[in-house]
Write a protein that binds this ligand. Sequence first.
Ligand SMILES: Cc1ncc(COP(=O)(O)O)c(C=O)c1O
Length: 450
Amino acid sequence: MPSNNTKSQQEKDLKYNWHPYAQMKELDQFPPPLITHSKGIKLFDESGHYIYDTIASWWCNVHGHAHPKITQAIASQAETLPHVMFGGLTHNPAINLSETLVNITPDTLTRVFYSDNGSCAIEVALKMSFQYWQHQNKPEKQAVLYLENGYHGDTLGTMSVSGVDVFHGTFSPWLFKAHAMPVPLTHPTLDSPVPISVDQAITTLEAHLKAHHHTTAAMVVEPLAQCAGGMRFYSPEYLSALSALTTTYNVHLIADEIATGFGRTGKMWACDWSGIAPDFMCVSKGLTSGTLPIAATLTTSQIYEAFYGDYHDHKTFYHGHTFTANPIACAAANASIALFAEEDTLKNVAQLSTSLNQHIHQLAAHPNFKNPRAFGAIAAIDIIDAKTNAPFPDSHRIPRLLYQAGLKHHVMLRPLGNTMYIFPPLCTTVSELEVIMEWIHTTINEVFGQ
Ligand SMILES: Cc1ncc(COP(=O)(O)O)c(C=O)c1O
């Protein structure tokens, strides 16, 4: 039972806070649990009740909560240099992090530009691409391509290149025009039961690029896994073809590795499955194992050189944020990246991936689920009304019911519309996953019946 302290804090939460992606009326009826501490893959409230962090705190936790090495790195950096501006000054945590990032990303990426969150990292890539073409005397290259159902953030620029209407439809009059390209999914979904083929997708993209490459600056994609768009996956074959086409038609490729990077798909980068080298790579979320907000946009020497010149050439990239390259966040990132080797994180992801795949396919035996799919440490399945074989009407509030029941049964479920998914910290063991899946079965039996 929550203590009085917890209860009054929850009341104050609802009095003063406005939570993200939340209908606050729902929260008034079912206040969010007050989390007081976290350890490993569990979140705790004051009474000791715990929830497995089955969505890795919005897809960013890699090595588990309160990992001593990351905590130590944060503490000692906070004691020596908590923050200093990155305009006109520099510091060791950022220098070391940039060197590491350049070493662990595709060879062509040689420069690192910091910002604070995933959306900003994409904005930076879009703006750099736009300005690059001006420096090349090709100012007409302005258009941006993205993949249907892609998601790249919630700022105005990133909303313009995203295809998830529920998030961004309201703001469409404010957004710049960008073009969606079809995605050859590797699995059916409720809204595309028969996905288009890789060949069809390539043909459409090639036709578009052939006709419009003169006016196209860049194409932005989530490599292989479209997360916010409903945990949809497409093949390395298509990513390779797409990358080759953008190169042929002289259009920048922006790889949004914000959700897929740092091991989520089983390799350090989803791009590694295709061996491609994009013009820009954007990373955030797992960069600090989800401990502090920071993001990076990596790019090539060719793009960097186009901005290099004398002051009066006016080639400067005028973009920055107050907390650019915050030293504590950089120190956390350095510690987190070191843990990949120390803890053999990718080996664990391989085991976790096999197990997630089996579990999600077993779940498909339940009459309220179909279209199981898994890739790396991501597993997803669509929710249906067993009577109609179609999605439940919104009035049934199924995502909300799963969330509420899940909290009681130690799991954090936040379905994306009609898609329930599991996105655990990468350190989750196969035996922990067994326990999590038992709780998920208990939860779904409570919501849908046996
Ligand atoms: C692929 C992808 N790109 C960009 C973003 C935006 O990142 P942020 O929420 O840090 O702005 C997200 C967030 O979920 C994402 O999944």
